[in-house]
Design a protein around this ligand. Structure first.
Ligand SMILES: [Zn+2]
Ligand SMILES: [Zn+2]
Length: 784
């Protein structure tokens, strides 16, 4: 027997190996193996089995890693798709589908000594006092880890060994699972009664799951007709019985659940998951890393993983230790955990059979991986669900333009939750024109008089306030008013941020740290009156402490949240009412519910609006809506102050009116004009290297290669690329990052699979000078 193996080194090809007799029973598609390669031993993944090979003199597989094939054939198929669509080497895609901790043989299971009660004699055995203590615990617990037993009995192992000598107990090593949530006390929850719009949404999701369940493995080929169109292959209605017709009517496999903040999307997820379990299938829940808080995980565990169902929910995210990640993954692979909740890469979790995938906050940028394979977890979710006949629910209060567009064009089904649960009102949003405040104060103030007044009121009423600013540090730049010098990072083309507490200048791109100069370091200047400009969260916190010395204020950003428990602790304090004002970055913008927060202040709403990115308006709209959604989650109506220098910008005005549809319509018009997504598709090629000249020269060379793809008029061979728009090469908005110069070429087309195919071909034949590399990013979300 021959195994085709993809090696974990980027070679863009697979190799055949002999399967030695003694390993035949262990090697299957998806097995991880170690093989000889030249003089080295290299791990790889078996992608296919064959009777014979076209090659002779095959070497043999050295050993099989792990006892179970790690990559299921379904996930293997998904990895192949990723390699092709995202234009990366298949081994790079394969590597991404297994967590590092699982790939690393060493992590392994942890074995611990366990003590087990063997037999209980009819007569109570005669024991010493210490032995009796141990005995009593074992009578109650039957079995537990040695360390735990010794702690409870306050004794040493020698005592337990004596019981072992008398054949009363057994001491043996056992696999002990590392459970990252073992210390949590999670109270079980029961399904909540849904309001009518929730009921309607859930019914459609469940109907789609049923349709897919009944058809078995065969994927339904029915397409929902284009908007206003005649419809695709609509099955003939059964005579009479409208209800039956509604049930039998095929629904799309992908739903966009568009619900305002606080509309109860999670409860729909929970009940849909319960349905998947009833069908004997599992579910994957993706949440942005930042939202993967204990609070979120608890809601899922409380419904499915309390009491006897201990291991039903597995959690995968970057804050787990390697061992914890290893064990959580194997719980899924062995089928003991049927529900997986995790960040981006959890989409590859080996849940089988898979019934449902939920992508919460589907508009979030963090679903896109910024290194190869540059996949978008939301899009991978949809492809995986198609392959496995599962249903996808994308949820958001501010859907991405792409997903909403797909609903409008009949690819996804739109489900709307227009109201908050419990009749909570949407918060009242006031936009404050900061140009007036700046004029009155002869400088740029942090707080407008309106916001100051509102904070004072909240403090008096003992209600809580959240202040949001998307910039950490104290000041965003250090500038000399005399000669114009700005302290910049030597490695990146950005200014350094001043961190006052630490008394240093930091680069937020490469983490470069520099001392704060006392005088202007520019030659022939030496001005001692060098100034800080711009405001970061540190400065907001300081200003609050000055203005409201009696208020208990805390800051939450990447600088204060350094340890694993910081986040949980501060949120706990905030919930318990020990904090009056919470200042923070995006970290506080997502999915947190605090019933006593009645005021949200957005310090500079337009700070992200003027970036050279076609999604700048969309991001601002999303952020404002999300942050505003933190207000008024209890009985008291919430109020939001949006401070802006361009108060009439559409992104700000539509967010003020909670008008997603209005924002979508005007934004789409602009995207359509310029063929930007969702009206077209984008691929971004970024060339980087330490010599700017070489990078620029290489980019121009790539451009000429790309030009060949565009068919000259009359030619038919490459006719499909007539719609290809090639922009650039141009310096990247962030020209220099971490000492590398970067040039970009942006491609726009309507048919991306075709383009990525052509790009893969071009890349394969491309020779770039040493020290220059090129990254291909299909459907990029970060244009810097
Ligand atoms: Zn100067
Ligand atoms: Zn830097």
């Amino acid at each position: 027997m021959i195994a085709r193996v993809s090696l974990e080194i980027a070679l863009r090809r697979e190799f055949d190996y002999l399967i030695p007799e003694e390993l035949v029973s262990q090697v299957e598609v998806g097995s991880r193996v170690q093989v000889p390669f030249g003089a080295r031993k290299i791990p790889g993944c078996v992608t296919a089995l064959a009777e014979e090979s076209a090659h002779t003199n095959l070497k043999a597989i050295l050993k099989v890693i792990g006892t179970q094939s790690m990559v299921t054939p379904k996930v293997l198929q998904l990895a192949r798709w990723i390699g092709e669509y995202y234009c990366c080497a298949p081994e790079t895609a394969l590597k991404a589908v297994l967590p590092e901790a699982v790939r690393q043989e060493e992590a392994g299971f942890r074995e611990r000594l366990f003590v087990r009660l063997l037999n209980v004699p009819a007569e109570p055995p005669k024991l010493s006092r210490r032995q009796q203590d141990v005995w009593n615990i074992l009578l109650e617990r039957r079995e537990l880890a040695m360390t735990e037993l010794l702690k409870l009995a306050k004794t040493t192992a020698a005592t337990v060994r004596k019981l072992e000598d008398r054949s009363l107990v057994e001491i043996a090593p056992q696999i002990s699972e590392r459970d990252p949530y073992s210390r949590e006390q999670i109270l079980p929850s029961t399904p909540i009664t849904l309001n009518p719009s929730q009921v309607g949404a859930l019914a459609k999701i469940v109907a789609a799951m049923e349709a897919r369940h009944l058809t078995g493995a065969q994927a339904p080929t029915v397409r929902v007709g284009a908007a206003g169109g005649t419809g695709g292959e609509t099955p003939s209605k059964p005579a009479g019985g409208d209800a039956c017709a509604t049930l039998a009517k095929p629904t799309a496999a992908t739903f966009l659940l568009h619900g305002v903040t606080g509309s109860g999307k999670t409860e729909i997820y929970l009940q849909a998951i319960a349905h998947a379990l009833e069908q004997g299938r599992g579910a994957i829940v993706l949440v942005p890393e930042i939202a993967l808080t204990p609070q979120t995980v608890e809601r899922f565990k409380a419904r499915f993983s309390s009491g006897k169902l201990q291991t039903l929910v597995a959690v995968l995210h970057s804050h787990l230790s390697a061992g914890e990640r290893h064990d959580e993954w194997h719980k899924i692979r062995q089928g003991r955990a049927r529900i997986v909740i995790g960040a981006r890469s959890a989409i590859f979790a080996p849940v089988d059979p898979l019934g449902l995938v939920i992508v919460d906050e589907e508009h979030e940028q963090t679903y896109k991986q910024e290194e190869a394979p540059r996949y978008h977890a939301r899009d991978v979710a949809i492809v995986r669900a198609q392959m496995e006949n599962a249903v996808v629910v994308l949820g958001s209060a501010t859907p991405s333009l792409e997903s909403y567009y797909n609903c409008k064009h009949g690819k996804y089904t739109l489900l709307e939750l227009p109201e908050r649960v419990d009749d909570q009102k949407m918060p009242h949003v006031r936009v404050v024109d900061m140009r007036q405040a700046a004029h009155a104060e002869k400088g740029i103030p942090i707080f407008s008089p309106q916001l100051k007044e509102a904070i004072t009121q909240r403090l008096e009423r003992k209600e809580q306030t959240i202040l949001f600013l998307n910039r950490r540090g104290y000041s965003t730049a250090l500038q000399c008013p005399k000669c114009g010098y700005v302290a910049e990072c030597p490695n990146c083309s950005v200014s350094l941020t001043y961190h006052r507490l630490e008394q240093k200048l930091c680069c937020h791109i490469c983490a470069h740290v520099a001392p704060v100069p006392k005088v202007c370091p520019a030659e022939k200047c030496g001005n001692p009156a060098i100034r800080f400009s711009g405001t970061g969260t540190q400065k907001v916190e300081e200003a609050i402490k000055k203005l409201f010395p009696q208020a208990r204020c805390h800051r939450m950003d990447a600088d204060t949240m350094k340890r694993k428990d910081d986040y949980r602790r501060i949120l706990g304090d905030f919930r318990a009412g020990k904090i009056d004002i919470l200042v923070g970055t995006q970290m506080i913008a997502k999915g947190l519910h605090f019933p006593n927060v009645t005021l949200v202040g957005i310090i500079y709403a337009d700070s992200a609006l003027h970036q050279p990115d076609f999604r700048a308006g969309e991001r601002t709209f999303q952020l404002l809506t999300q942050v505003a959604g933190r207000a008024g989650r209890g009985d008291v109506e919430g109020e939001v102050f949006v401070q802006a220098f361009t108060p009439f910008h559409p992104a700000i005005q539509y967010a003020r009116r909670h008008d997603f549809q209005g924002f979508y319509d005007q934004e789409l018009e602009f995207r359509e004009q310029l063929k930007y997504p969702p009206a077209g598709r984008v691929a971004l090629l970024t060339l980087k290297g330490r010599s700017e000249d070489k990078v620029k020269f290489s980019a121009e060379h790539v451009k000429r290669e790309l030009d060949k793809l565009v068919a000259p008029a009359g030619e038919t061979a490459t006719a499909g690329f007539k719609d290809l728009i090639i922009a650039g090469p141009a310096p990247a908005p962030l020209l220099k990052a971490e000492t590398y110069y970067r040039y970009q070429i942006m491609l726009r087309t309507r048919s991306m699979s075709k383009l990525s195919h052509a790009l893969a071909k071009m890349v394969a034949g491309l020779t770039l000078p040493d020290e220059v590399t090129m990254a291909v990013d299909i459907d990029p979300v970060n244009l810097f």
